[in-house]
Write a protein that binds this ligand. Structure first.
Ligand SMILES: Cc1cc2nc3c(=O)[nH]c(=O)nc-3n(C[C@H](O)[C@H](O)[C@H](O)COP(=O)(O)OP(=O)(O)OC[C@H]3O[C@@H](n4cnc5c(N)ncnc54)[C@H](O)[C@@H]3O)c2cc1C
Length: 422
């Protein structure tokens, strides 16, 4: 907190609380549109890009990736982005079985099937979170956005015509609008009196990066087991990111197992289809829950990203939902500014809520249903989902609809998600 002047009041148009992937992207978008913003986080960018900070990789839809290109933030991310050319889904067998249709129920999505509709884009891009964070940090640093880190918002108060945020270092910020991009335990959300609904899944996602003997050819595998999904997600440099969903107890056992035991468990689960597998770096565990804010706006405050909705990672949608919030909010605020409106007024915030609320609730509930259906070993449920997967696999238009939806190319898209500047 060196250099902070306690008692100082900083003025801006928008105070963005949380410099995670959603908050940093929003700062770039608002800055491009001419709004003056301050980005606040207890963790400086240097901490967020360390290999030990976040071991996850994210499947980012091609439309969300376009947003970073439109914001000139993709330069640092692109060299580390692996195109996802195919997604293979298997049910209850070893992942390798997906490559051989005769061996079991499977569902296959192929980027070649929608290439003409999406100008050759893949199904999505797989990038390690630390690479995304580094790319965004580099882009933010090159803009006039004022970054206050380390600094933590401790209180927030809406006043007539503005909002006042208190920082833990004694400084205050006065803005027309506060944005909560501060994750699951959002201070902006609680200080604004917004309640949440949701439930704990009693599971953790154990995450590790592995080196592969054979080329993955851009194929992502989602392998559904009774305990939950086991995903093998292709990364650059012939590596893969694993998300291994297990009960809390088994997750703890995996996290504390000696490296050679963990590697042996992994090899058994993985199968031989990509050759020898070796664990690179440390393991991480993330508790899984569903959490939905009952509203995404309050007087002089809005929520984006995980502060508004935290979902099960089964379909790789959490960050994508947050990036869609960002694109919609940026467009609403910049249009309001250009029309001379008060960007923090209830009428302006209502436009954002109308645009995003339904989609967020829909995706969160679909993700929850998907998880219940696929993490279930009841023979009837297994038979029904097997038949359902086989049916979707047979019907080209159904497959293409799923792919367009997952790519984020469906619905009323904000300009940034179409790859246009805001
Ligand atoms: C195992 C796993 C795999 C996943 N895979 C995918 C995937 O493939 N694709 C996908 O789209 N999503 C995926 N997700 C979801 C995705 O990781 C999250 O949705 C995303 O990281 C949320 O980003 P965010 O910026 O909204 O929040 P966060 O990353 O939580 O950032 C919040 C920021 O706010 C800061 N902050 C907190 N409190 C304060 C305060 N009081 N004042 C100031 N700042 C504060 C924090 O320090 C932090 O930097 C996955 C999740 C898990 C658990």
């Amino acid at each position: 907190m060196s250099g902070a002047n306690p008692g100082e009041e900083i003025g801006c148009d928008v105070a963005i609380v949380g410099a995670g992937m959603a908050g940093a992207t929003l700062a770039l978008a608002l800055c491009q549109g001419g709004l003056e913003c301050v980005l606040i986080d207890p963790l400086p960018f240097e901490t967020q890009v360390a290999e030990t900070f976040d071991g996850r990789a994210s499947a980012v839809s091609f439309s969300c990736f376009r947003q970073w290109r439109a914001l000139e933030a993709a330069g640092g991310v692109e060299p580390h982005a692996q195109r996802i050319e195919q997604i293979l889904v298997t049910d209850g067998r070893s992942p390798g079985a997906a490559a051989a249709p005769a061996q079991g129920v499977w569902l296959r999505f192929d980027s070649a099937e929608i290439a003409d509709r999406v100008e050759g884009e893949p199904l999505g891009y797989l990038v390690e979170n630390r690479r995304i964070r580094a790319g965004l940090a580099q882009a933010v640093t090159a803009t006039p956005v004022k970054v206050l880190a380390p600094a933590k918002v401790t209180a927030l108060e809406a006043e007539p015509g503005s909002v006042r945020l208190q920082l833990d270092d004694g400084r205050t910020i006065r803005a027309a609008l506060a944005v909560g991009a501060d994750g699951r335990n959002s201070k902006v959300r609680t200080a604004s009196g917004i309640e949440v609904t949701g439930w704990d899944y009693g599971h953790v996602g154990v995450v590790a990066t592995v080196g592969l003997e054979r080329d993955h050819q851009g194929v992502a595998y989602e392998h559904f087991l009774p305990s939950g999904p086991f995903a093998i997600l292709p990364l650059t440099e012939q590596r893969a990111s694993l998300v291994w969903t297990e009960s809390r107890a088994r997750g703890t056992a995996l996290m504390t197992a000696r490296p050679e035991i963990f590697e042996a468990c992994l090899r058994r689960r993985f199968g031989p289809f990509l050759g020898e597998v070796s664990v690179l770096g440390q393991r991480f565990a993330y508790p899984l829950s569903l959490q939905l804010a009952r509203r995404i706006t309050a007087p002089r405050a809005v929520l984006v990203g995980d502060s508004a909705h935290a979902v099960h990672p089964i379909a790789g949608q959490g960050l994508n939902m947050g990036l869609k919030d960002v694109a919609a909010l940026a467009e609403v605020l910049i249009e309001a500014m250009r029309l001379g409106e008060d960007i923090g007024s209830a009428a302006v915030l209502e436009r954002y809520a109308r645009w995003r609320s339904l989609d967020n609730v829909g995706v969160a509930l679909a993700t929850d249903l998907f998880n219940r259906l696929f993490s279930n070993d009841h023979p009837v449920v297994r038979a029904a989902r097997g038949a359902g997967m086989a049916l979707v696999n047979q019907i080209g238009p159904a497959r293409r609809m799923f792919m367009a939806e997952a790519g984020g190319a469906a619905g009323d898209l904000p300009r940034l998600l179409r790859g246009e500047p805001v």
